[in-house]
Design a protein around this ligand. Structure first.
Ligand code: SF4
Ligand code: SF4
Length: 394
């Protein structure tokens, strides 16, 4: 264990060094992360906070692939900013959460498929607004064309009376498959550049557990993230989990409805006690709770923790999920009233906007972070090339 003044001298020496390998790190955001990680590698105060720091200590230099890997491993919990003795106004200006957030958007842009669509991340608020306007216009126009009105009750609240099931399958299936393909190809490119070895079952299980529990939003000590200030809170982890599982339940509800309709011929309207509405209503409530909580935390967040330019993407994504959830819950509650065609058109317009923008917006952080967690689970089982005693492999 080195004395503190020796660590500070070493960190100062690292800070004075030029960023490494400039040819491999042309964009400023990546070079800035590499500069800060050189300081962190000498300091190592935050080693127990999350997976980023033990992964960092396995490296002496930080090339492009390393920087993107570590940036996506970061959950932006803020702990290493509030604990850092070299954070602004210190001249080293170490702000890992902000620097990592900037690089993550570069990851999404660089690995977007088709590549040109990566530009949509730069104006993501506008992208979401245009997609939502398109989705709402499409389904409002379709409802008027098929039904002649947006305000008329259907016996039993039958959604098929407004939009036939075959039409919904024809519209949503290609959009959903295109979104999955684009996102999948992006993740494949990221994974290929990371040159990870094969992922054995224990590593895959560990990564899945870290995703399912949002392990690294616990601050490393179990008390949670820093949000507005130095105080720890588990609220961000809880609201993320509510949003995550709410989304999964809603997706499951839609999948069950599709299977029931296509394989068994069971179609809406469903009894409130059947599986489709039960899953959908539970998921919708969880999504509303999660998105309202995340919105509130986002407004209270210390601006030092994130990149201001990304606020539109973050808030637009939360708002779109909230619109999907509230319109879905209202639809379930008011399906037998004259408002059903209008509510259904609004709900489906928001859902299609979500799928159209899925590979080019905030949703991408989930799959890229899961890939980084899988790499960490694989890597920590391998011996370190640096031959440094590495407790993380224990
Ligand atoms: S963030 Fe600051 S305190 Fe933490 S390891 Fe880096 S330099 Fe040290
Ligand atoms: S912000 Fe949190 S998750 Fe990201 S590097 Fe710092 S401590 Fe780790």
């Amino acid at each position: 264990m080195q004395p503190l003044d020796a660590l500070i001298r070493e960190a100062g020496a690292w800070a004075d060094r030029p960023a490494p390998a400039p040819a491999a790190l042309a964009p400023d955001d990546e070079a800035e992360v590499a500069r800060m990680l050189q300081i962190c590698n000498a300091c190592r105060y935050c080693e127990g906070f999350c997976a980023v720091f033990p992964a960092m200590t396995r490296r002496l230099e930080f090339g492009k692939a390393d920087v993107h890997y570590l940036a996506n491993l970061c959950h932006n919990c803020g702990a290493c900013l509030h604990a850092c003795q070299y954070a602004p106004p210190h001249e080293f200006a170490v702000n890992i959460p902000r620097a990592m957030a900037r690089v993550r958007v570069r990851t999404y842009q660089d690995y977007a498929w088709p590549r040109a669509f990566g530009a949509l991340y730069a104006r993501n608020g506008l992208t979401l607004a245009v997609a939502l306007a398109f989705g709402l216009a499409l389904f409002l126009a379709l409802a008027l064309a098929l039904r002649g009105t947006l305000w008329q009750a259907s016996p039993g609240g039958d959604f098929d009376a407004v939009f036939p099931h075959t039409l919904m399958v024809a519209v949503f299936t290609p959009v959903f498959l295109a979104a999955v393909l684009a996102l999948g190809l992006g993740i494949r490119g990221f994974w290929r550049d990371q040159a990870v070895g094969p992922a054995a079952a224990p590593a895959a299980a560990e990564a899945a557990r870290a995703v399912a529990t949002l392990k690294y939003l616990d601050g490393g000590h179990g008390q949670g993230c820093n949000n507005a200030d130095d105080a720890f809170t588990l609220a961000r982890r809880r609201f993320h989990q509510s949003t995550f599982y709410g989304f999964l339940l809603c997706f499951l509800s839609t999948s069950v409805a599709t299977i029931e309709a296509d394989l068994m011929g069971w179609k809406a309207p469903y009894a409130y006690t059947s599986l489709v509405p039960l899953l959908g209503i539970a998921g919708g409530i969880a999504l509303v709770v999660g998105t309202v909580g995340l919105w509130r935390l986002n407004l209270q967040r210390d601006p030092m923790q994130g990149a201001v330019a990304q606020q539109a993407m973050d808030r637009g994504f939360i708002a779109l999920l909230f619109l999907i959830a509230t319109s879905g819950l209202l639809l379930a509650a008011l399906r037998a009233t004259a408002s059903m065609p209008l509510l259904l058109a609004v709900h489906l317009g928001a859902v299609i906007a979500f799928f159209v923008t899925l590979p080019y917006g905030k949703f991408a952080h989930g799959p890229f972070r899961a890939a980084a967690l899988l790499k960490w689970a694989v890597e920590r089982r391998q011996p370190s090339n640096l031959l440094i005693d590495d407790e993380s492999t224990a």
